[in-house]
Design a protein. Structure first.
Length: 133
């Protein structure tokens, strides 16, 4: 259960409803997920977070599937089960196949394993890696 509970649409303030309406319109859906309902206790945080999501997750130099895949990878590393579930569905809707998901998880596992070894051994960065291009 959410620490402060969830704010359902029918109980939301006009300020929160405006954000909920934008989420539903932008995502072409008729429901608000629990993350948004949980952070709606702080309307400023709700609005700021939604504005950030719209801006950062929109198509740009990285396509939407790549962004969702990165989000899944970070969520696995941070052990956020809610975000793993949410963004895996988002990535699947944007074209991620089961084979892509399995390969992604293998890469995440490998990166985390090697990151921990590098940290433990306190490996110095090679000079060739310190310059860009």
């Amino acid at each position: 259960m959410s620490t402060l509970g969830l704010i359902e649409y029918k109980n939301a303030s006009p300020e929160v409803r405006a954000v909920y309406d934008d989420i539903m319109a932008t995502r072409k859906t008729d429901w608000i997920n629990n993350f948004w309902k949980a952070i709606a206790h702080d309307p400023a945080t709700l609005k700021r977070t939604w504005d950030d999501v719209k801006q950062i997750m929109a198509p740009g130099a990285l396509d939407p599937l790549t962004k969702e895949t990165i989000y899944v990878a970070v969520s696995v590393t941070n052990q956020c089960n809610y975000c793993i579930a949410s963004h895996t569905v988002g990535a699947q809707k944007k074209g991620m196949t089961d084979a892509m998901f399995k390969e992604l998880i293998a890469v995440v596992g490998l990166a985390n394993e090697i990151n921990k070894a590098v940290t433990g051994y306190q490996v110095e960065i090679d000079e060739q890696f310190k310059t860009r291009r």
